[in-house]
Design a protein around this ligand. Structure first.
Ligand SMILES: [Zn+2]
Length: 218
């Protein structure tokens, strides 16, 4: 019944009344290991959201650039390093280069889950990131015979324009990139929550977080 316990972040989702982490047995069943924020309370109190004091870190990227820089807690920063590695790997496979920027829509924000005023969003714990797309600079220094000219130039891949896109081969290539990327992220377990256009209020971005339970709705 793990799915029934899901906390989701920006856009609601299955009902959530959980105060603490899922029991170890549930985590074991889902193949997940413990995470430092698992036992943090996510209750927003009776009225306005009361956000915990956190040591937030500004993270502009290590091997890639986050634009603008994200504000997250240290354990989540480590997840973003893993995200960088996977983004680079898939980008090199699809476009022969890593992106020049990961386009961030949101990171830390003191707020509750939309539609659930008494439940803190993972964004309020510095434990989530929203990504709207990826920027690629023109391919320089070497030619790539396999890439069409349009993909040797600079371009953006956007969740709102290219998720499951059809039409031209370039649009389909972008759709393939987003599909392979999210597939690799789901498989790797880098994040527990992965939301995308299939989830309400997520038509233009991916939301990734480390809420205590696994929930994927892309
Ligand atoms: Zn979000």
């Amino acid at each position: 019944m793990l799915g029934a316990l899901c906390l989701t972040a920006c856009g609601g989702g299955p009902a959530a009344t959980l105060e603490v982490a899922a029991p170890p047995s549930a985590r074991a069943r889902s193949g997940e290991s413990a995470y430092p924020l698992d036992r943090m309370k996510r209750s927003a109190g009776r009225t306005a959201a009361a956000c915990p004091k956190l040591e937030l870190r500004k993270f502009g990227g290590d091997s890639l650039r986050f634009e603008p820089a994200a504000r997250v807690v240290e354990p989540f920063r480590k997840r973003l390093l893993e995200l960088e590695r996977i983004v680079s790997e898939v980008s090199r496979r699809v476009y022969d280069r890593p992106p020049s920027a990961i386009l961030v829509a949101a990171s830390y924000g003191c707020r509750s889950i939309r539609g659930k005023q008494r439940r803190l969003s993972e964004h309020a714990l510095g434990n989530a990131i929203d990504i709207k797309g990826f920027r690629f600079a023109p391919l320089r220094g070497r030619s790539s015979r396999r890439l069409p000219a349009a993909l040797k130039q600079g371009f953006d891949v956007r969740v709102d324009q290219h998720w499951k896109a059809r039409g031209s081969s370039v649009r389909r290539q972008h759709a393939r990139f987003l599909e392979e990327l999210t597939g690799a992220l789901v498989e790797s377990g880098t994040f527990r929550t992965l939301l995308g256009p299939a989830h309400r209020d997520h038509s233009d971005h991916f939301h990734f977080d480390m809420a205590p339970q696994r929930y994927v709705n892309l």
